[in-house]
Ligand binder design. Sequence first.
Ligand code: PBG
Length: 335
Amino acid sequence: MVTFPTHRPRRLRRNKLIRDSVAETTLAVERLIVPLFVRDGASEPEPIPSMPGVSRFPIDYLSKVVQSDLDLGLRNFILFGIPSYKDDLASSAYAKDGVIQRSLRQLRETFGDKILLYADECTDEYTAHGHCGIVRRSGQGYVVDNDESLRVHANIALSQAEAGADVIAPSSMMDGVVGAIRRALDQNGFQETAIMAYSAKYASTFYSPFRDAAYSKPAFGDRRSYQMDPRNGAEAIREVALDIEEGADMVMVKPAHTYLDVVRSVKEAFPSYPLVAYHVSGEYSLLKAAAMNGWIDERTAVLEVTTAIARAGADMIITYYAEQLAKWIREGVPF
Ligand code: PBG
């Protein structure tokens, strides 16, 4: 048997102290982004059946949630709204007293600059048809009119910035949406408001629980004409390049767990841009369901998955496990 006396990887795996000392990847609580669902008119938190452990909150309840998250060291929050009414123009998405606008104002007033507020910018939760843009008739069917949609997206972004968002997060995948938002923000005095672009967002079945949570399932058709094809990896680089050109400050790959190769290649292509990975609802629910059945150890599995997302190259992670992760990180990883 050949031996290599100078090269013995096991020396650095001998015990936890040495493993912790040489580990290449460290999860940090300040790198996590907490997704919060806010429902206009709700009076109590409403548990979401397909996402055990996650609820929709009434606006008045948000401060309590954010305070307890702050106590855990979490400071990044992305808000998703469920409005009191929907129409074809998504007008409840840019109303001054819309659910997200009121939530942003209230949180800003309560917490000042102790937290960073991200606003998901889309139309699907605010339109009866549930698409990420403006829909018009075309022949026998309907199409999402990309260019018509840009003005609406810019209006939504502007109203979110006015209400106090630090970061606008366009999730529609409309071509040119980042540039349209950047121009609207700059022309209206919001040069300091950042854009986190959902740049490489795939048409994924792993969003299904989210659509239950936010009542945003498309009433007809699907999102495959504007979200990315799961078969494409190199195309993600093009999508990210376009968003950077249009003014994105941070870029995103979504989903995360299923697209680790894309996370890695985007990080390698654009190492100087903060990269966010979204561990999405279906990826959360898979882990949760297995854990609830006693098939996996939840803490170890979630830490392994989220560490893998960071190892692949994500600088920040949006995850429904943020609160539990904050506690688990504090206790120390089990590796
Ligand atoms: C669109 C949006 C979606 C998600 C975030 N923003 C749904 C979609 O594109 O259908 C999904 C997030 C998740 O599944 O956790 N506003």
